[in-house]
Design a protein around this ligand. Structure first.
Ligand code: GRF
Length: 193
């Protein structure tokens, strides 16, 4: 059984899609939601699906081994960042080489990096008059949105699209592809590492 923890900071619609996708899986188990915001809606989604939650502070995450120890205690094989806003510190990156993946709501390497999250990304895409946007699923290393790209999917951006409309299209791609990509990374990649 591949045990997965999802890290999320906010609403958690991706987290919920992933939970539902693996609900009856015999190979994958969504073990827990890790969250740095005690008021995040993702915690209610986790409760609805009877998934354990681990809530921690930014300070704990960045300055000690509390979060790493929790992952190790729970014997987590794969960490999935789904709308998680903090930069993952080196102690966790080093303990999980090529076993942490992130989804970014744009076509990296464009529109990534610090501050590029949520509507900021879609505003930048609209302001640049891009004709397409999309999603990028990638491994996580010590630099924001920098790790090896595993998968991208695109959507069209029309001339009159607002950032909110682009966000909607991108979210649909995320919900469609992220769970199945996690499954394929889990099946193909983890065994080789
Ligand atoms: C998603 O667009 C994801 O790509 C980004 O943050 C957003 C999270 O949305 N990193 P949700 O919390 O899963 O609804």
């Amino acid at each position: 059984m591949t045990k997965i923890s999802i890290f999320a900071s906010g609403s958690g619609s991706n987290a919920e899609q992933i939970i539902k996708y693996f609900e009856d899986s015999k190979e994958f188990q969504i073990d827990s939601i890790f969250c740095n915001n005690k008021n995040a809606y993702v915690l209610q989604r986790a409760k609805k699906h009877n998934i354990d939650t681990v809530v921690f502070t930014k300070a704990d995450f960045e300055t000690n081994d509390i979060v790493l120890k929790k992952l190790q205690e729970r014997k987590i094989d794969l960490v999935v960042l789904a709308g998680f806003l903090l930069k993952v510190p080196d102690n966790i990156i080093n303990a999980y080489p090529n076993k942490i993946i992130n989804i970014h709501p744009a076509l990296l390497p464009k529109y990534g990096g610090k501050g590029m999250y949520g509507l900021n990304v879609h505003k930048a895409v609209v302001n640049a008059k891009e004709k397409e946007s999309g999603i990028t699923i990638h491994f996580v290393d010590g630099i924001y949105d920098n790790g090896k790209i595993i998968f991208q999917a695109k959507c069209k951006v029309s001339k009159n699209d607002t950032p909110e409309e682009v966000a909607l299209k991108v979210h649909q791609l995320e919900h469609k592809y992220f769970p199945q990509m996690i499954e394929s990374i889990g099946k193909n990649n983890l065994k080789k590492i």
